[in-house]
Design a protein around this ligand. Sequence first.
Ligand code: F6P
Length: 335
Amino acid sequence: MRIGILTGGGDCPGLNAVIRAVVRSAYLHGDAVVGFRDGWGGVLDGSCVELPIDRVAGILPRGGTILGTSRRSALEHRDVVAQRFREQRLDGLIAVGGNGTLFAAHELSADLPIVGVPKTIDNDISGTDRTFGFDTAVHIATEAIDRLHTTAESHYRNQIVEVMGRNAGWIALHAGLAGGADVILVPERPFDLEEVAERVLARRRRGRSFSIIVVAEGAAPLGGELVTKGRDDPLGRPLLGGIGHWLERELEERTGAETRAVVLGHVQRGGTPTAYDRVLASRLGQRAHLAVKEGRFGTMAALRSSRIELVPLIEATVPKLVSDEELELAEAFLG
Ligand code: F6P
C-alpha cells in the first residue's frame, strides 16, 4: 500500500510521534508512506516527500512537525485532492489535525479514503477522551504557575496567567487546578469582573496577600467582547490574546493591589512532548495506519477510556467544551 500523511492546523507536541508511528507501522507491513508538506496546503500544491523508515529516526522527542503545517483548507478543492490521490497512487491518507483539518477530512472522506488523527493542545475535540499535546501544554502552564506563585507571594501581588484555549477552557482548568490557582476563567462561562475582584479581596481579608488568576485567551467578561490582537488568522478568525493585560488594569484598580499579567502563548505549544503525549500520539498513529489497511475510512483513531478505538470522523467536528459540572467541582479548590 501507499499511504499519505499530513499535519494541519496549529502545531502541537506529539505530531512527530504520530508520523513516526505511522511510518514504523507501515514499514512492518511493507507499506510506503508519503508526507504532504504544510497540511492540506501540500496536497493542494503537490508538495510532498517520501518518508522511508530512516527519515523518522530520532524524531520522537522533537516538538513541532517535520512536515510543516498550515491552516489552509482543501474543502473547496475536492477535485485537486482527488487528482493528488491519483498522481501519488495513494491507497489512503491520514490527516492529523484539529477541528478545521478534521472537518475537511470528514467532508472529503465521502468519496476519498481518509482516516483522521485528532490533535490539539486545546483538548477541544469530541469523540476522544484526550488529544495529545494537551498534557504537555498543561505541564508547561503548571510549571509557569508554580514559578509565578513564589514571586506573587513575595510581592503581595495578584498574578494573572493567560493560557491558550480559543473556545475551550481545558488548559486553564487543568493547569489552574494543578497549580493551585485562586480564580480560573474560561471561555465557556463569561465572568463577572466585580465577582473576580471580590474573590481576590476576600482572600486578602483572610490574610492571603496574593492571588493567582488563570485566564484562557478566549474568556470574556459578562456582556463584554473577546480581547483580540486586532487581526485575523488565515481562516479569518480573530487572533486572540490580551485578556490577561486587560484584567491586569481592571483588577489593580478594583483591588488596590499590584497586579501583573503573563501571557504564556506559544511556549505552551513548543518543545518536547511529555511521555504521556508521546505514548498517546504513537498509539493513535499506529491505529490510524492499521485503519487504512482495514479500509476503515471516514473514521479517526481516538482514546476511549484506556483503549484506542476508531470513531466516525464526524464526531471530531463537534467542539468539546468544559461543562458546568466540571466548573462547579473545581470551585472547591479555588480561592
Ligand atoms: O488551536 C490551538 C491554538 O493553540 C489556540 O488555543 C490558539 O488560539 C491558536 O492555536 C493560536 O494559533 P496561531 O497563533 O498559531 O494561529
